[in-house]
Design a binder for this molecule. Structure first.
Ligand code: F6P
Length: 498
């Protein structure tokens, strides 16, 4: 253990994120089993691999992780992490819960995805202030660990809204470091961000402005961040928008250095996905799914596929309502199409997520009861996270439905065209970051408009084979333009060059 811990100090490149590449569960007899972490951030960063020699600092998420930290001193066994050097921080459970569930997921996530519903939300009261203190403590724990482990002049890449204060805190501790922050989410428009208490707005933007580079998935989110800096800091903040495509500058006397704003649109890992989607476990799932979908009149039924965490921003309920509208308004599709809806429960500690998950299940049942027949189940809902089955669904997709209200990028929109066997029409929300890259070849929808989404599904299902395969080829090329390893190296290079 001590040898591993010692090997982790003096790191030249560090990555910091809430969720790490691996998470542990305690099995029978106290044995620990390691499972790969999920989500867009982990998929993107996993590509850094052991080659860059980066040290990944993350939080212990639950009891299994805490036990792993107790046994290893926090320096995880490389056998569990695919060779990646990982340091896991054991932040006290109650501090972690308030920071993660209370502030990160219930406040910052809601602000950036514009999910609040008046008249009850948001509530900024004494409980919020207590949770905010935990968020500061949690960010401080990361800043301390990074300050301790980084070699002189090291590059530190801090990830996401969980760690918005880390760049500023780390700068105070280690002015010698090169620091970047990456936002994997959208950034809220200034008018919406302004609902946060004034001091919190300032802390969030000055926290990120502690970095040398603040990076975003799209220019759209980068611009929103700059607007919020100007809104929250007023004349203290000066934003320069030079002509070059991706080199916006924000400077402020609060952080006498200039912070560069970068745009790095994470793409899909085409090579990995194509190979992974043809392994035997995916083949088995393909056969099982084909049976569930069934055939009608001697032909395969068409499929509309969605794969999401069951997340309010993903807009799964409106997606199902649009599918119901399609079946109501376009009876010619009855018996001829199946909606494969994979909705994997997420953040179940939060009541609003539990309720949303239940609502998705109820609605799928209602549609099946309303329209199903002896040989046809209109909605096939799967809730158990199974990557191989998701890939099998991608391969079968005639239509992919990606209709989030807002989404930093949405990798599903990029993965399906790469993997689909027959070519797939993409129904894509203009609220997804991916819209800015894939919009031309997708059928674009306003995510709030159920009838328009139903009509888009009809157009997608009706698309002729040639058009569909031509569009899919262009979508796949755009989707893989910046694969994860390159995405990471670009950020590292930019940080070192600035
Ligand atoms: O969208 C940003 C992101 O960090 C994704 O990587 C991930 O899907 C999600 O937010 C975080 O989810 P979780 O709360 O499950 O870690």
């Amino acid at each position: 253990v001590s040898e591993r811990s010692a090997a982790q100090s003096g790191a030249e490149v560090l990555v910091a994120s809430n969720r790490g590449p691996v998470s542990y569960a305690v099995g029978e007899g106290g044995a620990l089993t390691a499972k790969r972490g999920g989500g867009g951030l982990v998929s993107g960063l996993s590509a850094i691999g052991p080659d860059t020699d980066a040290l990944w600092v993350c939080a212990a998420l639950g009891e299994g992780d805490r036990e792993a930290v107790r046994r290893t001193g926090g320096a995880l066994d490389p056998a569990d992490t695919g060779g990646q050097r990982v340091r896991m921080l054991d932040i006290p459970a109650e501090v972690y819960a308030d920071a993660y569930n209370g502030i990160a997921n219930s406040v910052l996530w809601f602000v950036h995805h514009m999910l609040y519903q008046t008249p009850l939300e948001p509530v900024f009261d004494t409980e919020f202030r207590a949770q905010w203190a935990s968020y500061e403590a949690y960010n401080t724990a990361f800043a301390d660990a990074l300050a301790e482990t980084a070699a002189p002049g090291a590059a530190v890449l801090v990830q996401d809204y969980h760690l918005a204060l880390v760049p500023g805190l780390l700068r105070e501790r280690r002015p010698d470091l090169r620091i970047a922050h990456f936002s994997h989410t959208p950034w809220a428009p200034a008018d919406y961000f302004a609902m946060l208490p004034d001091d919190i707005q300032r802390k969030l933007v000055t926290g990120i402005l502690g970095a040398d580079r603040a990076n975003f998935l799209t220019r759209h989110w980068a611009r929103a961040f700059m607007d919020c800096c100007q809104w929250a800091l007023g004349p203290e903040c000066e934003a320069h928008r030079p002509r070059e495509k991706d080199a916006y500058l924000v400077s402020t006397w609060l952080t006498p250095r200039k912070t560069r704003i970068g745009v790095h649109g994470l793409g899909a890992d085409g090579e990995f996905l194509r190979e992974r989607a043809h392994r035997p476990d995916v083949g088995e799932r393909l056969t099982a799914l084909r049976e569930q979908i069934g055939r009608t009149g001697g032909t395969d039924r068409k499929t509309i596929v969605r794969v999401d965490r069951t997340e309010l921003s993903k807009n799964i309920v409106r997606g199902l309502l649009a599918y119901r509208r399609l079946l109501a308004d376009r009876p010619e599709w009855r018996e001829r199409v199946v909606h494969l809806a994979f909705a994997y429960p997420s953040r179940q500690d939060l009541a609003v997520y539990r309720e949303y998950t239940a609502q998705v299940g109820r609605l799928a049942e209602e549609i099946n009861a309303e329209y199903g027949t002896a040989g046809w189940q209109p909605v096939v809902l799967h809730v158990k996270d199974d990557f191989a089955r998701s890939l099998a669904a991608y391969r079968l997709a005639d239509v992919a439905l990606v209709n989030p209200i807002r989404d930093g990028m949405n990798l599903v929109a990029k993965e399906v065209p790469v993997v689909s066997d027959r070519g797939c029409a993409l129904v894509l929300s203009r609220g997804a970051g991916a819209y800015w890259e894939l919009g031309e070849d997708a059928i674009v929808v306003n995510p709030y408009d159920i009838n328009a989404t139903a009509e888009a599904l009809h157009t997608a299902l009706s698309m002729d084979d040639t058009e569909r395969s031509e569009r899919t080829a262009r979508l796949a090329a755009a989707a893989t333009a910046l694969p994860p390893a390159q995405w990471f190296l670009d950020q590292l290079r930019a940080l070192k060059e600035d």
